[in-house]
Write a protein that binds this ligand. Structure first.
Ligand code: GAL
Length: 359
C-alpha cells in the first residue's frame, strides 16, 4: 500500500518522474476493475518545445504505468511524412494538415489542460485541450484562445486531432469583438450528456457548454458556425460572470454540481473559490474558499485541475492540483488532497503531509 505525499516527486513504475500536469483523470471499468487513466501536459522540456499529452494508468492511484505520449507535438510539416503521423493524418489535404500543425507546433503552440472522457455511443475516447498560440494578427502566446478536440479508439491513444474552435458567446457586449474564447478548461461527463467548462471573455467569465452526442463539438456549433444562435441554459451557462476565474474542476455529488476554480494569476497560486448548482446549466452560487487553515491563501500552493471521486457515498473526493515551478516547469509538483462534501453540502479541502488512499 503506497502513500501519497503531496508536493514530493512522483515516479512512475519505471522510476521516471511523472509528466502529466494540468491533468484530468478518467476512471474506466475494465474486467470488473476500475482502471484510472491520468492525462496531462508533458513538460519534460519546460514551456517549449512542446512534447504533447502524456498518459499513465493505474488500478490503485499510486503506482502509475507509463502509456507514453498519446498526442504528439510536431516539429514541422515534414513530420506528416513519418509513419505515425501518416497513419493519423494521411487522408488530409495540405491546408487541413497545416491547420493541424498550427495546433501541435512544438515551437509556437500552447497545448494545456488536456482532459479525456469516454463516449459510449461511439465506443471511443475524446480529448479536449486548451489550444493556444499566436495568430495572424498577434504574436502573443495566448492570442488564439481556442479549444481543440482529438479522438482515439484506445485510452492510450494515439489520438487524432480533429480541429480547434472558438466556443460560445452570450451575445452581450462583453468581448463581443473577440467572441468564443476558450482558455483553461475541463470536461464533465454527466449521466445524459457531457460538457466543456472553460475560461471565456478574456478569462473574465467561465462558461459551461454542452457537447453534442459525439462529444466532438458543442451543441450550438460555436461562434464561427453559420446561423449561430445559442440558448442560455440549454446550450451554455455563464458562471462567475466577470469573476476572473480559471482552472475549473467540476464534479457532482448527490445530484448537486460543484466547481472548484482558481483566480487568474498565471503560474502563481491564489485562493480557490468554489461554486455550487442544482443543475449544470442553471444558476451557480459562489460558496467561497473551500480550503481549511490555508494560512497563505494560496490553495496550499497549488492550482486546481481536477476532482476525482474516492468514496463518493461518504462525500470523499480527491482534489488534484498543480504546484507550478515557473522557471522549471518540468519539476512542477502534484498536490493531491482530501476534499470532503460535508453533511451541510459545503466543500472543504484540507492539507495533509501524507495520506494513505483507501480505495
Ligand atoms: C495559468 C493557467 C495555466 C497556464 C499558465 C500560463 O493561469 O492556469 O494553465 O496557462 O497560466 O501562464
Amino acid at each position: 500500500m503506497g502513500i501519497i505525499k503531496p508536493g514530493t516527486p512522483w515516479l512512475d513504475t519505471n522510476g521516471k518522474i511523472i509528466q502529466a500536469h494540468g491533468s484530468g483523470m478518467l476512471p474506466m471499468q475494465e474486467n470488473g476493475k476500475t482502471v484510472y487513466y491520468w492525462y496531462g501536459e508533458d513538460k519534460t522540456d519546460g514551456y517549449r518545445p512542446l512534447v504533447g499529452v502524456h498518459a499513465y494508468k493505474s488500478t490503485d492511484l499510486l503506482n502509475w504505468e507509463d502509456c507514453g505520449v498519446v498526442l504528439k507535438a510536431m516539429d514541422s510539416m515534414e513530420t506528416f511524412n513519418e509513419p505515425y503521423f501518416q497513419e493519423l493524418y494521411g487522408h488530409l489535404n495540405q491546408e487541413e494538415k497545416a491547420a493541424i500543425f498550427t495546433d501541435l507546433h512544438k515551437h509556437t503552440a500552447v497545448l494545456e489542460r488536456p482532459k479525456v472522457i469516454y463516449n459510449a455511443k461511439n465506443n471511443n475516447y475524446v480529448m479536449w485541450f486548451h489550444a493556444d498560440g499566436p495568430t495572424a494578427t498577434s504574436t502573443a502566446n495566448y492570442a488564439k484562445a481556442k479549444a481543440a478536440v482529438a479522438v482515439s479508439d484506445s485510452p492510450c491513444g494515439p489520438f487524432t486531432l480533429l480541429g480547434s474552435y472558438r466556443l460560445d458567446h452570450y451575445g452581450g457586449e462583453h468581448y463581443l469583438h473577440n467572441p468564443g474564447m476558450a482558455r483553461d478548461m475541463t470536461l464533465f461527463a454527466d449521466d445524459d450528456a457531457a460538457y466543456i467548462i472553460y475560461s471565456n471573455e478574456e478569462n473574465y467569465t467561465l462558461y459551461i457548454s454542452r457537447l453534442n452526442d459525439d462529444y466532438t463539438m458543442i451543441t450550438s456549433g460555436g461562434v464561427e458556425s453559420p446561423g449561430y444562435a445559442p440558448v442560455e441554459g440549454v446550450d451554455y451557462a455563464r458562471v462567475f460572470p466577470m469573476g476572473h476565474r480559471e482552472a475549473p474542476a467540476l464534479f457532482k455529488h448527490k445530484g448537486k454540481y460543484y466547481m472548484v476554480t482558481s483566480g487568474c494569476t498565471g503560474w502563481r497560486p491564489n485562493p480557490a473559490l468554489y461554486a455550487k448548482a442544482d443543475s449544470i446549466l442553471g444558476e451557480w452560487t459562489n460558496m467561497g474558499d473551500p480550503c481549511v487553515d490555508d494560512v497563505k491563501r494560496t490553495t496550499f500552493d497549488s492550482q486546481s485541475t481536477h476532482v476525482l471521486p474516492l468514496d463518493p457515498d461518504n462525500g470523499k473526493y480527491i482534489y488534484l492540483g498543480d504546484r507550478w515551478v515557473p522557471d522549471d516547469l518540468a519539476n512542477s509538483r502534484y498536490i493531491w488532497l482530501p476534499l470532503a462534501v460535508n453533511k451541510d453540502g459545503s466543500v472543504t479541502i484540507e492539507w495533509v503531509d501524507e495520506w494513505q488512499l483507501q480505495l
